[in-house]
Write a protein that binds this ligand. Structure first.
Ligand SMILES: NC(=O)c1ccc[n+]([C@@H]2O[C@H](COP(=O)([O-])OP(=O)(O)OC[C@H]3O[C@@H](n4cnc5c(N)ncnc54)[C@H](OP(=O)(O)O)[C@@H]3O)[C@@H](O)[C@H]2O)c1
Length: 527
């Protein structure tokens, strides 16, 4: 990473001038760091939703921005019977649903798309795949460097990784192979035991540096920016602790329901779908100590320390720390929407939570006694992902004769999505002779003064897989610590006899279950 203003030798004369004028950093300057090695990305499960909606569009966009190595091949495989041309047509059709691609550019890009039929449990079919890959390597010069992207249902991760290993494709620098990497999508297991089991089987044939546990959330610009904001500025860290911060709210709310993923969601629910991964990452980025260097393992070490300091939930009075809900019918954007239990593919007596709010404590020096309110849910009033740092009130109000004891405390909002912003509220004097205060906000919009290309989250993680950078990927120790923290709640919620009592129904389009008093009214949804 480079410090842009030094590199460009820019003259920053005052803070005021930086906020008002365009910084004129060439857009391409920060887009890519180095060029990845030539390689092939093998997408296993390439007939599925993720490939069509996320992976191939992201690769195409990288291509448009000159971000792909040369040569570069995409090798889709799955059981669905298709040839190269069908696969290319299918990917183009999916892309058109997102945006209208430049036909000429697509035609050139699509020549790198290939497809082979495989059976996930059949060794000969993987041997054929290996032969095809080696042949294409020779023809195209991709040097045997390969990424195996598992875009398949999670129960196929284990057998597929083993098949790749058994055909010798995981061994690096042998039999025509260059480097070999495997990408695993969340969920990493269903609980602690299954996560350990999955990891064990991945390690049968792959070493840790070859394994990329993807969480695309981490690659969102505004999420990456949390560390820059905290550790590239000197003024926030001194107040970033229990002495100045009253509480922290981390919220990821969506208006969408379960959509087309009912089979997966029924099994996962909000705790596995959002908390085990994205919410825990946002917590770690907000609470971690500064690493000595911005380097993958040092950053991940600090995150792991946050997870180690999570205070276990007291299972005997769980209701004081967690609220679970499931959406009923309601109105979103003026349209009536069905209850979760009436959605296609969902059981009519389903007890899967679609909403959770937790009060979490970190038992360490910095955060002792500061509650973190973590909230996520579907079919809520608004789509919003943000971190809200609520500072304490002033210790003594010198204005109490006119304004009383309480003065609204400062609040810092790190908006992740869709409002990509940083906003700090503070008190100012209202114009006039009478002593009156008003809350105002200092706002920074993330794309302010920037009109160049932006990498979306999948583009960034795919690029990192190609360069072998683990910074934005989960490490197994963190996966296991988060499962250790959540598994007792999952067990309590899923196995206790009065499970249905724990699950509160909330109206779609609302702020979640009414009864959240134990957690105070801290969610961004209440503001
Ligand atoms: N879609 C997303 O936005 C998203 C986001 C985050 C994580 N993920 C994860 O990424 C992985 C792939 O997601 P996806 O949405 O692309 O999955 P998907 O469409 O349901 O499945 C991908 C492919 O897997 C194959 N498959 C094999 N056995 C299957 C089975 N029993 N049921 C369904 N498909 C089966 C199918 O191909 P063939 O029949 O041709 O073999 C299918 O086209 C999953 O682990 C998912 O949890 C997805």
């Amino acid at each position: 990473m480079e410090i842009v203003d030094d590199k460009l030798n820019m003259d920053f004369t005052s803070i005021a001038s930086t906020t008002t004028r365009n910084l004129e950093i060439p857009a391409e300057f920060c887009l890519f760091e180095g060029s990845p090695d030539p390689c092939t990305i093998v997408i296993v499960g390439a007939s599925g939703d993720l490939t069509a909606r996320k992976v191939v569009p992201a690769l195409f966009n990288l291509y448009l921005n000159d971000g792909l190595p040369n040569p570069f091949l995409i090798f889709g495989c799955a059981r669905t019977k298709m040839g190269d041309k069908d696969f290319r047509d299918r990917m183009k059709k999916a892309l058109i649903e997102i945006k209208n691609p430049d036909n000429q550019k697509w035609e050139t890009f699509s020549e790198s798309l290939h497809y082979r039929i495989i059976d996930y449990n059949d060794l000969p079919s993987f041997k054929n795949l290996a032969d095809s890959l080696r042949e294409l390597d020779k023809k195209s010069g991709t040097r045997g460097n390969r990424i195996f992207y598992l875009a398949i249902p999670p129960d196929l991760y284990k057998p597929t990784a083993q098949m790749i290993g058994k055909t010798g494709l995981s061994a690096e620098g042998e039999t025509g192979n260059g480097w070999s990497r495997i990408v695993v999508e969340k969920p990493f297991g269903q609980d602690l035991d299954t996560a350990i089991d999955l990891d064990r089987s991945l390690h049968e044939y792959f070493r840790e540096h070859q394994i990329f546990r993807i969480d695309h959330y981490l690659a969102k610009e505004t999420v990456q920016n949390i560390l820059m904001f905290r550790f590239a500025n000197a003024i926030f860290e001194p107040v970033w602790d229990r002495r100045y911060i009253d509480h922290v709210s981390i919220t990821a709310a969506e208006t969408l329901g379960v959509e087309h993923r009912s089979g997966y969601y029924e099994q996962a629910g909000v705790l596995r779908d959002m908390f085990q991964n994205h919410m825990m990452q946002l917590l770690a980025l907000t609470a971690m100590e500064p690493p000595s260097l911005f380097e993958a393992n040092r950053v991940r070490d600090e995150k792991t320390k946050v997870y180690r300091s999570l205070r276990p939930f007291p299972v005997e009075n769980l209701h004081e720390y967690i609220v679970l809900g499931q959406y009923g019918e309601g109105v979103i954007d003026g349209e009536r929407v069905p209850a979760y239990r009436d959605e296609p593919g969902i059981k009519t007596d389903s007890l899967t939570p679609t909403f959770a709010m937790m009060k979490v404590f970190l038992d360490n020096w910095r955060w002792q006694g500061v509650p973190f309110y973590i909230t996520s849910g579907k079919r809520l009033a608004k789509k919003i992902t943000e971190i809200s740092i609520q500072f304490k009130e002033v210790p003594h109000s010198m204005f109490r004769q006119s304004l009383g004891e309480h003065i609204t405390a400062n609040r810092l909002i790190l908006g992740v999505y869709p409002d990509e912003k940083i906003s700090l509220t503070f008190q100012t004097k209202n114009p006039g002779a009478k002593l009156c205060l008003r809350s105002v906000a200092m706002d920074f919009r993330y794309h302010q003064n920037y009109s160049g290309p932006v990498l979306d989250a999948y583009e960034k993680v795919l690029l990192d897989c190609m360069t072998g950078d683990h910074m934005l990927f989960w490490r197994q120790d963190a996966v296991e610590l988060c499962w250790s923290f959540l598994t007792p709640i999952l067990q309590e919620c899923e196995m206790c006899r009065d499970r249905s009592k724990m699950l509160l129904t909330y109206e779609a389009g609302s702020g979640g279950p009414q009864s959240k008093k134990i957690l105070r009214q801290n969610s961004s949804l209440e503001k």
